[in-house]
Design a protein around this ligand. Sequence first.
Ligand SMILES: Nc1ncnc2c1ncn2[C@@H]1O[C@H](COP(=O)(O)OP(=O)(O)O)[C@@H](O)[C@H]1O
Ligand SMILES: [Mg+2]
Length: 211
Amino acid sequence: MRSVLFMSRKGGTGKSTLTCSVADTYAKKGFDAFILDGDPMGSSINWFMKQKRVYPNGSLTCEKIQGDLRGPIEEAKKKYDIVLIDTPGSDCIELRSSLLSVETAILTLKSSDVDMDTKGYMQDLVLRAKEKNPKLKIKTLVTMVDHYISEDHLKHYIHLLSEAGLSPFPTAIQNLEAFHEAMAVGISVQDLRSYKAKKQINSVLEGLESE
Ligand SMILES: Nc1ncnc2c1ncn2[C@@H]1O[C@H](COP(=O)(O)OP(=O)(O)O)[C@@H](O)[C@H]1O
Ligand SMILES: [Mg+2]
Protein backbone atom coordinates (compact mmCIF):
# COMPACT_ATOMS: atom_id res chain seq x y z
CA MET A 1 0.00 0.00 0.00
CA ARG A 2 1.20 3.44 -0.88
CA SER A 3 -0.36 6.82 -0.13
CA VAL A 4 0.56 9.89 -2.09
CA LEU A 5 -0.65 13.45 -1.73
CA PHE A 6 -0.43 16.11 -4.45
CA MET A 7 -0.13 19.60 -3.03
CA SER A 8 0.73 23.17 -3.94
CA ARG A 9 0.28 26.61 -2.48
CA LYS A 10 -1.21 27.83 -5.76
CA GLY A 11 -4.02 26.53 -7.90
CA GLY A 12 -3.51 25.36 -11.46
CA THR A 13 -0.23 23.51 -11.03
CA GLY A 14 -1.59 20.29 -12.53
CA LYS A 15 -2.38 18.39 -9.31
CA SER A 16 -5.75 17.02 -10.40
CA THR A 17 -4.46 16.15 -13.87
CA LEU A 18 -1.55 14.25 -12.35
CA THR A 19 -3.72 12.54 -9.75
CA CYS A 20 -6.05 11.19 -12.45
CA SER A 21 -3.39 10.07 -14.91
CA VAL A 22 -1.21 8.49 -12.21
CA ALA A 23 -4.24 6.66 -10.75
CA ASP A 24 -5.27 5.39 -14.19
CA THR A 25 -1.72 4.20 -14.88
CA TYR A 26 -1.66 2.20 -11.64
CA ALA A 27 -5.09 0.69 -12.40
CA LYS A 28 -3.88 -0.31 -15.88
CA LYS A 29 -0.90 -2.01 -14.26
CA GLY A 30 -3.32 -4.17 -12.25
CA PHE A 31 -3.42 -2.27 -8.97
CA ASP A 32 -6.53 -1.21 -7.06
CA ALA A 33 -6.21 2.56 -7.09
CA PHE A 34 -8.22 5.08 -5.09
CA ILE A 35 -8.48 8.82 -5.62
CA LEU A 36 -9.54 10.82 -2.61
CA ASP A 37 -10.67 14.16 -4.01
CA GLY A 38 -10.27 16.57 -1.12
CA ASP A 39 -10.81 19.67 -3.22
CA PRO A 40 -14.28 21.32 -3.18
CA MET A 41 -13.64 22.15 -6.87
CA GLY A 42 -13.99 18.40 -7.51
CA SER A 43 -11.80 18.26 -10.63
CA SER A 44 -10.74 14.66 -9.99
CA ILE A 45 -14.25 13.40 -9.25
CA ASN A 46 -15.58 15.23 -12.32
CA TRP A 47 -12.94 13.49 -14.44
CA PHE A 48 -13.75 10.16 -12.79
CA MET A 49 -17.49 10.53 -13.53
CA LYS A 50 -16.68 11.14 -17.20
CA GLN A 51 -14.30 8.25 -17.64
CA LYS A 52 -15.76 4.89 -18.59
CA ARG A 53 -12.74 2.65 -18.53
CA VAL A 54 -12.93 -0.91 -17.27
CA TYR A 55 -9.64 -2.27 -15.98
CA PRO A 56 -9.17 -5.99 -16.65
CA ASN A 57 -6.95 -6.62 -13.63
CA GLY A 58 -6.93 -3.50 -11.50
CA SER A 59 -9.57 -0.98 -10.49
CA LEU A 60 -10.06 2.74 -10.03
CA THR A 61 -12.38 4.30 -7.45
CA CYS A 62 -12.85 7.95 -6.54
CA GLU A 63 -14.63 9.72 -3.70
CA LYS A 64 -14.93 13.38 -2.82
CA ILE A 65 -14.43 14.02 0.88
CA GLN A 66 -14.03 17.30 2.71
CA GLY A 67 -12.63 18.23 6.10
CA ASP A 68 -10.24 16.13 8.20
CA LEU A 69 -9.00 13.41 5.83
CA ARG A 70 -7.00 11.32 8.31
CA GLY A 71 -9.78 8.79 8.95
CA PRO A 72 -10.75 8.37 5.27
CA ILE A 73 -7.08 7.97 4.26
CA GLU A 74 -6.45 5.32 6.95
CA GLU A 75 -9.58 3.43 5.82
CA ALA A 76 -8.58 3.66 2.15
CA LYS A 77 -5.07 2.40 2.91
CA LYS A 78 -6.60 -0.84 4.22
CA LYS A 79 -8.68 -1.36 1.07
CA TYR A 80 -6.53 -0.20 -1.86
CA ASP A 81 -3.02 -0.76 -3.21
CA ILE A 82 -2.50 2.90 -3.93
CA VAL A 83 -4.26 5.93 -2.43
CA LEU A 84 -3.87 9.27 -4.21
CA ILE A 85 -5.08 12.44 -2.55
CA ASP A 86 -5.91 15.54 -4.56
CA THR A 87 -6.01 18.73 -2.49
CA PRO A 88 -6.86 22.40 -3.13
CA GLY A 89 -4.08 24.82 -4.03
CA SER A 90 -4.18 26.46 -0.64
CA ASP A 91 -3.30 25.87 2.99
CA CYS A 92 -6.41 24.11 4.31
CA ILE A 93 -7.67 21.37 6.63
CA GLU A 94 -7.68 18.82 3.78
CA LEU A 95 -4.00 19.43 3.11
CA ARG A 96 -2.86 19.63 6.72
CA SER A 97 -4.78 16.52 7.80
CA SER A 98 -3.57 14.51 4.79
CA LEU A 99 0.02 15.36 5.66
CA LEU A 100 -0.50 13.51 8.95
CA SER A 101 -1.49 10.26 7.19
CA VAL A 102 0.33 9.91 3.88
CA GLU A 103 3.76 8.46 3.14
CA THR A 104 4.65 10.82 0.33
CA ALA A 105 3.71 14.43 -0.38
CA ILE A 106 4.42 15.61 -3.91
CA LEU A 107 4.75 19.36 -4.11
CA THR A 108 3.88 20.49 -7.63
CA LEU A 109 5.56 23.68 -8.78
CA LYS A 110 5.30 25.42 -12.11
CA SER A 111 8.54 26.46 -13.74
CA SER A 112 8.56 30.10 -12.71
CA ASP A 113 10.38 32.01 -9.99
CA VAL A 114 7.04 33.09 -8.49
CA ASP A 115 6.01 29.46 -8.09
CA MET A 116 9.43 28.34 -6.86
CA ASP A 117 9.16 31.01 -4.14
CA THR A 118 6.25 29.09 -2.58
CA LYS A 119 8.42 26.07 -1.81
CA GLY A 120 9.69 27.28 1.61
CA TYR A 121 6.19 27.67 3.00
CA MET A 122 5.16 24.20 1.82
CA GLN A 123 8.40 22.63 3.03
CA ASP A 124 7.75 24.14 6.44
CA LEU A 125 4.26 22.60 6.55
CA VAL A 126 5.74 19.21 5.72
CA LEU A 127 8.49 19.55 8.33
CA ARG A 128 5.91 20.33 10.98
CA ALA A 129 3.71 17.42 9.91
CA LYS A 130 6.75 15.14 10.10
CA GLU A 131 6.86 15.64 13.87
CA LYS A 132 3.58 13.69 14.05
CA ASN A 133 4.06 11.55 10.94
CA PRO A 134 7.77 10.65 10.92
CA LYS A 135 7.45 8.46 7.81
CA LEU A 136 6.35 11.41 5.68
CA LYS A 137 8.59 12.17 2.70
CA ILE A 138 8.44 15.20 0.45
CA LYS A 139 9.18 15.13 -3.25
CA THR A 140 8.85 17.96 -5.74
CA LEU A 141 7.67 17.86 -9.31
CA VAL A 142 8.11 20.71 -11.78
CA THR A 143 4.93 20.85 -13.82
CA MET A 144 3.35 22.49 -16.84
CA VAL A 145 6.71 23.54 -18.27
CA ASP A 146 6.18 25.90 -21.20
CA HIS A 147 8.02 25.32 -24.47
CA TYR A 148 9.98 28.58 -24.07
CA ILE A 149 11.64 27.39 -20.84
CA SER A 150 15.16 26.30 -21.79
CA GLU A 151 16.67 22.98 -20.76
CA ASP A 152 19.28 24.88 -18.72
CA HIS A 153 16.66 26.94 -16.93
CA LEU A 154 14.78 23.77 -16.00
CA LYS A 155 17.98 22.11 -14.77
CA HIS A 156 18.59 25.19 -12.65
CA TYR A 157 15.16 24.85 -10.99
CA ILE A 158 15.67 21.14 -10.38
CA HIS A 159 19.10 21.89 -8.90
CA LEU A 160 17.59 24.54 -6.56
CA LEU A 161 14.95 22.05 -5.37
CA SER A 162 17.59 19.42 -4.80
CA GLU A 163 19.77 21.84 -2.81
CA ALA A 164 16.75 22.72 -0.66
CA GLY A 165 16.36 19.00 0.20
CA LEU A 166 13.10 18.72 -1.72
CA SER A 167 13.95 15.52 -3.70
CA PRO A 168 12.89 16.68 -7.16
CA PHE A 169 11.74 14.17 -9.76
CA PRO A 170 14.41 14.29 -12.48
CA THR A 171 11.80 14.52 -15.25
CA ALA A 172 9.47 17.52 -15.37
CA ILE A 173 5.89 17.53 -16.67
CA GLN A 174 5.60 19.67 -19.77
CA ASN A 175 2.70 21.82 -20.82
CA LEU A 176 1.23 19.46 -23.41
CA GLU A 177 -2.11 19.35 -25.15
CA ALA A 178 -2.50 15.68 -24.21
CA PHE A 179 -2.75 16.49 -20.50
CA HIS A 180 -5.29 19.20 -21.17
CA GLU A 181 -7.35 16.98 -23.46
CA ALA A 182 -7.29 13.98 -21.12
CA MET A 183 -8.69 16.04 -18.27
CA ALA A 184 -11.37 17.64 -20.43
CA VAL A 185 -12.78 14.46 -21.93
CA GLY A 186 -12.30 12.01 -19.07
CA ILE A 187 -9.54 9.83 -20.38
CA SER A 188 -5.94 9.28 -19.35
CA VAL A 189 -2.86 10.37 -21.24
CA GLN A 190 -2.16 6.63 -21.47
CA ASP A 191 -5.08 6.45 -23.93
CA LEU A 192 -3.72 9.24 -26.13
CA ARG A 193 -0.94 9.21 -28.70
CA SER A 194 1.36 11.60 -26.87
CA TYR A 195 4.51 9.60 -26.25
CA LYS A 196 5.95 12.52 -24.27
CA ALA A 197 2.99 12.76 -21.87
CA LYS A 198 2.99 9.00 -21.24
CA LYS A 199 6.73 9.01 -20.63
CA GLN A 200 6.37 11.87 -18.15
CA ILE A 201 3.60 10.12 -16.19
CA ASN A 202 5.54 6.86 -16.21
CA SER A 203 8.54 8.71 -14.80
CA VAL A 204 6.38 9.84 -11.85
CA LEU A 205 5.56 6.18 -11.12
CA GLU A 206 9.22 5.23 -11.47
CA GLY A 207 10.16 8.01 -9.02
CA LEU A 208 7.59 6.74 -6.52
CA GLU A 209 8.70 3.13 -6.93
CA SER A 210 12.39 3.95 -6.51
CA GLU A 211 11.84 5.28 -2.98
N1 LIG B 1 0.87 19.30 -18.12
C1 LIG B 1 -0.18 19.98 -18.58
N2 LIG B 1 -0.21 20.43 -19.86
C2 LIG B 1 -1.26 21.15 -20.34
N3 LIG B 1 -2.35 21.44 -19.62
C3 LIG B 1 -2.39 21.03 -18.34
C4 LIG B 1 -1.33 20.27 -17.75
N4 LIG B 1 -1.65 20.00 -16.47
C5 LIG B 1 -2.85 20.55 -16.27
N5 LIG B 1 -3.30 21.17 -17.37
C6 LIG B 1 -4.55 21.92 -17.51
O1 LIG B 1 -4.45 23.06 -16.67
C7 LIG B 1 -5.64 23.27 -15.93
C8 LIG B 1 -5.36 23.14 -14.44
O2 LIG B 1 -4.94 21.81 -14.15
P1 LIG B 1 -5.36 21.07 -12.83
O3 LIG B 1 -4.83 19.69 -12.92
O4 LIG B 1 -6.82 21.24 -12.60
O5 LIG B 1 -4.53 21.90 -11.75
P2 LIG B 1 -4.73 21.96 -10.16
O6 LIG B 1 -5.44 20.72 -9.75
O7 LIG B 1 -3.35 22.05 -9.60
O8 LIG B 1 -5.51 23.20 -9.89
C9 LIG B 1 -6.64 22.25 -16.46
O9 LIG B 1 -7.39 22.87 -17.47
C10 LIG B 1 -5.77 21.15 -17.05
O10 LIG B 1 -6.42 20.51 -18.13
MG1 LIG C 1 -7.23 20.51 -8.70
